[in-house]
Structures are given as C-alpha cells and as structure tokens.
Ligand binder design. Structure first.
Ligand SMILES: Cc1cc2nc3c(=O)[nH]c(=O)nc-3n(C[C@H](O)[C@H](O)[C@H](O)COP(=O)(O)OP(=O)(O)OC[C@H]3O[C@@H](n4cnc5c(N)ncnc54)[C@H](O)[C@@H]3O)c2cc1C
Length: 580
C-alpha cells in the first residue's frame, strides 16, 4: 500500500529546504521553517526519534555540570529553554525534583577551575559541597526568569537521611533543586512534527502555495547526490527518487559526516559518544528515590543518575567513544557499571539482571574531540555551512550541518538554524516559537484539579476515567481529536493490553506514519519501555494494523519477527515469540 507521506515527496520532488534527519533537532527545524511559510520537506531514514533523541536520559535540564566546562552560554540558554518547555509542552515536560548526595565539603575546588580554564583531561576530583553550592547558586541565578522552579536547598546529613533513608550513611549533605524531565520524548517529537505539517497547510491558505508546503516522511533516507539534487530511498519499498532543494539542512546527528559524504562533500565534524540506560522494575529502589532524581558523581568522576519514571526506575548513563559502523547497544559491562553505581548511593539495595525490563543506547552528536575526555566534550552546538559540489546536471546548493545540540535546547537551536536558512533564502522571520504551545500542550490543564475535570468531561460510553486519563497522558489535549475518532465507530480494548483499543490503532495507522509494528511499541506508546510487550500483544497489534497498512499474512508474520528481533538485539528484551 503506498504511504501517503512518502508519496507526497515523490509527487512534488522539490522544496526550498530539505531537512535530513527526523530527530528532535531536525523536526524542530522543520516546524520552525514551516511556521515561517517556507516550502520545507523532511526525511528520516527510520522512525522519528529513533536516534539519540530516543536514547536520552529524559532530562530537560540546564546542565549544571557544564558550568565546570565553562559553558555558561549553554547553561543559561538551557535553563531558559527548560522553563519555556515547562510552559509550552506541559503535557510531556514536567518539573523534576533532583537530589545530589554529597560525600565531602571541599573536594574538586582546585581541580574544577583548572579544568574549566584548560579543558585538560584527567580523572576529575570528587565535587565537594562548596563547589556544588557555587554551581547551584549560578544555576538559580540563570533560573530567575519567571520563577518557574524553586531555588535549591542544602540539607545536612540527618535531615537528608530523614528524607531519603536508604541513601549511603556516609553522606555529609544533600543538595536539592528542580530541573525537568520529558516523559515521552518520542511523542513530543511527533507533536513538533505534526505542528510543522499543520503550519504547512496554514501557509498554503495564507501564502497561496501549493497543498501541504511542509511535508515529512519517515523511512526515507538520503543515499547519494545526483544530477537533479539528492537521491532519496524509500526504505520500506526500496524505490529511489531524486529530490531538489535550494538549502539542505543536515540534522543527522552522529551521522552528519556520513550524510555529507553521501552528498559528495565529506566532513570531519563529529565525534559521537555512546551512552546507555537500563529501565528497572524495582519497587524497593523506586521507593528509595522518593519521587526524585538522584543525580550524583560515581567513583570514576562521571555524573550518573537513578530516577523514577512512572512505576519504573531509569538508571544511566555511560559516555564512551562510539563506533558508527555498529548499532549502539547496552553491553554487559555497562550493566555492571549501572549496578555498581546504584550500590554507591543505595548500598543496602541490590539489583539483579532479571529486574531489567528494557535497555537503550544512543550516540550523542558531539563535535570531534581529540584530547578531551568524553564527559568534558562541549555540549554546545554549532552550524557548519558548505556548498555541495556541482553535479553533472549543474545543480549545487547550500548545506547547513548541525554539530551538537541537546534535547533541552532544541527549540532555540531550531530558531537559530532556521534563521540561517531564512538568510540563505532572503526571507524574513514571521514569528517566534518561544511562546507557542506544542501540539497537545495547547490548553493542557495547569493543575491536578484541572486534569481531573478534563478527564470527567471526556468520559463516554466505552471510555471510562482510567482510559481517558491514559489518552490524556499519551496525547496531551490532542486526545480530544483521538477521542472523537474513537467515538465515531465501534471500538473495543485489545485483549492483550487495556492501554490500547482497535480504533486507536486505526488512528495511529491513519495519522502517525506507522512503518513497522515495533514503532507502536517503542515510539507511539511506552509499552516496550515499561517491559509490557508479550507475544500475544505483538500478534494482536500486528493483526489490527494489518488491515490499515495493507499487510498480508506473510508481512504480518515478518513484522512480528522484526519486532522480536529489534526488542531483543537493541533493547535486551526477550519476548516469547508466538507465530501469528
Ligand atoms: C545517552 C544519552 C543521554 C542524553 N541525555 C540527554 C538529556 O538528558 N538531556 C538532553 O537535553 N540531551 C540529552 N542527550 C542529547 C540529546 O539526546 C541529543 O543531543 C539530541 O537528541 C540530538 O538530536 P538530533 O535530532 O540532533 O539527532 P538524532 O536524534 O540522532 O537524529 C538524527 C536522525 O538522523 C537520521 N539519519 C541518519 N542518517 C540519515 C540519512 N542518510 N537519511 C535520513 N535520515 C538519517 C537518524 O536515523 C536519526 O533519527 C543525550 C544523548 C544520549 C545519547
């Protein structure tokens, strides 16, 4: 069955701008450009948010530790953006109370400024209370706009242990402050994308451009350049086609150099580092965290985290040089490291491998770093401009490559990248995205009472309060559109999970560019993340999607096998594989 998204690219194979890469930075840039009335297209070779954007620590944070790298601009921008995202994406970005356990008073005071001035590598000395206090005071200062989060607090040992009794009894202090977390990065990426697509339609009405001026497709990759521009391949059908654009935006993250090489202009910008996480089903550890992120320095000087997400606990992360020829996966050594770090702060809590329900790994799109330790490589971003060499057909074009870019700063970065594109096109910015609600964040209730009220208003036959609450969590206020769709026909919950219904799967198939079965489990829902995938679920979801996506019996079985393989190889999940 032809996919509408990919077909829209083939039917009109030219745009002012082509964005390559559907991580948060590519999608954010796509949205910003679409809002300026630019004729923009985006391609992603896999599913949206499948790269680093789907492998983050889920923190929307100022990055207090970047202060010791001297990255004041980045920290300030990150704090401002954190506060903005709490306002414009309140459905997915929530305040996160964070506690740092501290074992000494003065350590690191001499080493940190030295590192800050020289960026020399070497094992960092433990960060003591004084240094952390200084960092948090600067952090508070940057946070002062709008006062969205309370100031930090220091606690002595006794009070700290009263709040978090399972913490290591050897601590001297704790420092507690607020950052934010993004609970559903995959869905936030999709919301940003759909905002862009909608803006393309509005641009059509206002600017008289042809239908759908902003169009995007997943499972389409850039493979090479050709006479007319670049060559794209539909990864689901194998078909290739040419596409021309005045400006190409290369937001392929850690793959930026490979993408530039495919376009005939090799670059050496990137030096990605791999980081992994595990998700634990561990009620004792969950309780020990008391709803907070525990953010601390492990014995090797790395900053690591243990952090409750719903009824699971996220533990991460590592920072090792990546091999881009291989898929990033969480290794046995990394798991040992995680267990060790849990023991460092919660010595009375034991973790076992069978408590891991999911693992994930990704490559940070960092700049090349020859001499610096991975943990101290700049997290700031830059934009590199180049011109593609003339093809046989004489076509050239500007390429803007993004080097770096955290999740937290995606909106500001997109604005910056988009300004550079507008300058290339000789166009003016129409509007800023700084205060523009994202997707289902528009009109999202601000209080718990407001949420309960919203839920009550949407209860209907076949939609009880629990189901409505689940939809509001999954879609934000876009749940309104989903609920209308569910109510427009006969619906029923799946047998294998009560978190999904047959019409909701039909909605996803129609509106959310499902390419593979596994997309539903990992990126349209959090079922895989929470370790809730079973063989029965795979078969049932595959069967429901089949009718909508034109999958015959053979394709359906192949999709189930593919999902089992992806979950096992990339996420350490063993699913009993049932034959459909
Ligand atoms: C372990 C880890 C923890 C992190 N924690 C945090 C955190 O807590 N907070 C924070 O702010 N940031 C965090 N980050 C950083 C953040 O996740 C990334 O910097 C950000 O997501 C990068 O987004 P991106 O869109 O630039 O790249 P990506 O998300 O990697 O997207 C690039 C996309 O390009 C696609 N692509 C590649 N080649 C092609 C091609 N030829 N054609 C088409 N598409 C192609 C890829 O499939 C990929 O989807 C973390 C990163 C990692 C890895």
């Amino acid at each position: 069955m032809p996919r509408a998204a990919a077909a829209a690219l083939r039917q009109r194979p030219r745009a002012q701008v082509l964005v390559i890469g559907g991580g948060i930075n590519g999608v954010g840039t796509f949205r910003d450009l679409a809002l300026q009335g630019v004729d923009v297209a985006l391609v992603e070779r896999g599913d949206y948010c499948q790269g680093a954007s789907g492998a983050s620590s889920h923190m929307i944070h100022g990055g207090i530790r970047y202060l010791e790298n001297g990255e004041f601009r980045l920290v300030q921008e990150s704090v401002v953006e954190r506060n903005r995202l709490l306002r414009i994406a309140p459905h997915y970005v929530k305040p996160l109370q964070t506690t740092i356990p501290i074992f000494s008073t003065f350590s690191g005071i001499l080493s940190a400024p030295g590192r800050f001035l020289t960026h020399k590598q070497g094992k960092p000395k433990e960060r003591g209370a004084f240094l952390i206090k200084l960092g948090l005071s600067i952090y508070d200062f940057f946070s002062r706009d709008g006062g969205s989060v309370p100031r930090h607090q220091f606690r002595g040992r006794d009070k700290a242990l009263a709040e978090l009794p399972r913490l290591h009894p050897g601590i001297k202090y704790t420092a507690t402050y607020f950052d934010a977390s993004v609970h559903n990065p995959e869905r936030l990426t999709l919301d940003v994308l759909q905002d862009g697509e909608k803006a393309g339609l509005t641009g059509n009405l206002q600017g008289g451009l042809s239908a759908g001026t902003a169009r995007a497709s997943n499972y389409v990759s850039l493979v090479s350049m050709d006479d007319d521009g670049v060559r794209l391949r539909d990864e689901l059908t194998g078909e290739e086609f040419s596409f021309a654009a005045d400006v190409i935006v290369n937001t392929t993250g850690a793959w930026v150099d490979l993408t530039n090489a495919a376009m005939g202009s090799p670059s050496r910008f990137m030096g990605g580092t791999k980081g992994s996480h595990v998700v634990l089903d561990h009620p004792e550890l969950l309780e020990a965290c008391n709803g907070r992120e525990i953010f601390f320095e492990h014995t090797d000087g790395r900053i690591v985290l243990v952090y409750p997400m719903g009824d699971r606990v996220l533990v991460g992360t590592t920072d090792v040089d990546a091999d881009m020829a291989e898929d990033a996966v969480c290794t046995e050594e990394e798991i040992d490291y995680f267990f060790d770090l849990v023991g460092h702060v919660f010595p009375s809590i034991h973790v076992q491998r069978d408590q891991i329900v999911y693992s994930f790994s990704g490559v940070r799109p960092l700049p090349r770093h020859d001499a610096t330790q991975p943990g101290f490589v700049s997290r700031d971003y830059r934009i590199e401009r180049s011109e593609r060499p003339a093809s046989a057909g004489g076509s050239t074009g500007v390429v803007l490559s993004l080097v770096g870019g955290k999740w937290t700063t995606f909106r500001a970065l997109a604005e910056h990248l988009s300004n550079d594109v507008l300058a290339e096109l000789g166009m003016e910015r129409r509007l800023s995205t700084a205060k523009l609600a994202i997707g289902g964040g528009a009109g999202f209730p601000e209080t718990e009472e407001g949420i309960q009220e919203w839920i009550k208003r949407h209860i209907a036959p076949g939609l009880d309060a629990e189901r409505v609450a689940g939809l509001l969590t999954r879609y934000g206020t876009r749940a309104e559109e989903v609920i209308s769709y569910l109510n427009a026909g006969t619906d029923r919950l799946l047998h294998s999970t009560h978190e999904l219904s047959v019409r909701e799967l039909a909605f996803m198939a129609a509106h959310e560019q499902i390419g593979h079965l596994v997309d539903v489990l990992i990126r349209r829902t959090s079922l895989a993340f929470r370790g809730l995938v079973t063989g029965e679920l795979l078969n049932e979801v595959a069967e429901e999607l089949a009718g909508h996506l034109g999958w015959d019996q053979e394709t359906r079985q192949a999709e189930v096998r593919h999902a089992v393989e992806v979950l096992e190889r990339l996420h350490g999940v063993k699913v009993p594989s049932l034959v459909a």
